[in-house]
Design a binder for this molecule. Structure first.
Ligand SMILES: Cc1ncc(COP(=O)(O)O)c(C=O)c1O
Length: 375
């Protein structure tokens, strides 16, 4: 038997990691400016993270959601406070796709409607039971019979208003900063109008902060740069620093009832221990301050490279845009310079998603190596 071959692979087998460094089986060290699709928030194998997970697995790793789990309660108490959504409740699941699926479902239960507005070039995960919201033709998007997704252009508030005026929209789902799509983002005027029209029409505003959230943009949630609030916020990736966990933060307008949502593994003891360790390190190490500091250092430094046409994104969710396709450059960075970076639907964009604990010295190493690749 072999693996179902769906991932194009780099010929590297990581064996060990610490901070922003990953070692392969031959002892080669790689600098990680990608974090496995923007997952690594506090750094690989952070000692506090390792300690909490190890201690937890020695006690209890898992039990179903039919018992009291104080770790879930601790997370549900901490997370809304840290994220400035103090009256929101938390539902825990296992991944980003699952978080969005629950968000869309909850919206439908809430207002009895099923149509969804999403935005061109967005990516909200792959599921088949409900909605895999994407307009990427390479990713098949099976829809359940009742759920239909309408794709609008980013920043085109009139198109959104026109659809909402028809009266059958349940929710709008949007990434504050598009990840896989290539780091385009709505402007503040658009987001404010979107918030307003959703509120006035009883449409649920779902902000997908799976990639851009959890500090990556320099604020806890990227939409906080625009001074707006969401009805539901979906989370995953950086939340567990590599341990699979996702969740949705839910406005008090939504009333829970037994069986409304559910999952076997969601919020298990180990996942909660990982998520709590992440928040502890955020606090201890002022991670958000580091994101802001390193981001402005990065921007200043990389602006000096004439081959870079544009730097997109915020915080440590960045994209370097060139006037050529970056696939070869990425390969060179990985195999010759031993640095991981990422790609996106925009083939000219080199994506940079380091651990949020990245240092100035590590940014300098990326800079020097990128510069030498471009010469
Ligand atoms: C914005 C966004 N939403 C949802 C997802 C899906 O998350 P997962 O792969 O954990 O299902 C991703 C994954 O890249 C993402 O970037």
């Amino acid at each position: 038997m072999s693996l179902f071959n769906v991932y194009p692979l780099y010929n590297i087998a990581p064996e060990k990691a610490s901070g922003a460094t990953v070692w392969d089986e031959n002892g080669n060290a790689y600098l990680d400016f990608y974090g496995g699709h923007g997952v690594i928030s506090i750094g690989h194998s952070h000692p506090i993270y390792v300690k909490h997970i190890t201690e937890q697995v020695n006690k209890i790793g898992f039990y179903s959601n039919s018992i009291i789990n104080p770790l879930q309660e601790k997370l549900a108490n901490l997370l809304p406070k840290i994220s400035e959504y103090p009256d929101y409740t938390l539902f825990l699941c296992n991944s980003g796709a699952e978080a969005n699926e629950n968000a869309l479902k909850l919206a439908s239960f809430h207002n009895g409607k099923s149509k969804v507005i999403a935005f061109k070039n967005s990516f909200h995960g792959r599921t088949s039971a409900a909605v895999a919201v994407t307009d990427n033709p390479k990713i098949v998007a099976p829809l359940n019979a009742q759920q239909k997704v309408i794709f609008c252009d980013l920043n085109d508030i009139n198109a959104v208003k026109k659809e909402i005026a028809k009266g059958d929209i349940s929710s709008v789902i949007i990434e504050t900063i598009q990840g896989v799509g290539g780091l385009d983002e709505g402007n503040t005027e658009f987001f404010k109008e979107l918030e307003k029209v959703c509120k006035e029409s009883g449409v649920v505003l779902i902000l997908d902060e799976i990639q851009c959230g959890y500090g990556r943009s320099g604020k806890f949630f990227a939409h906080q740069h625009h001074g707006i609030k969401a009805d539901i916020i979906s989370l995953a990736k950086g939340m567990g620093n590599g341990f699979p966990i996702g969740g949705i933060l839910i406005s008090p307008e939504f009333k829970p009832s037994y069986g409304l949502l559910g999952t076997t593994f969601g919020g298990n003891h180990l996942a909660c221990a990982a998520a709590l360790a992440v928040l502890e390190v955020f606090k201890n190490e002022n991670i958000l301050d580091n994101v802001k500091r390193q981001s402005s250092y990065f921007m200043k430094k990389f602006k000096s490279l004439p081959q870079i046409k544009k730097i997109k994104g915020r915080g440590l969710m960045l994209g370097l845009e060139f006037d050529f396709e970056v696939a070869e450059l990425r390969k060179k960075l990985i195999y010759e310079k031993k640095i991981f970076t990422g790609n996106s639907n925009n083939k000219n964009l080199l994506r940079v998603l380091p651990p949020l604990s990245i240092t100035q010295n590590e940014i300098d190493i990326l800079f020097e190596n990128l510069k030498s690749c471009l010469e």
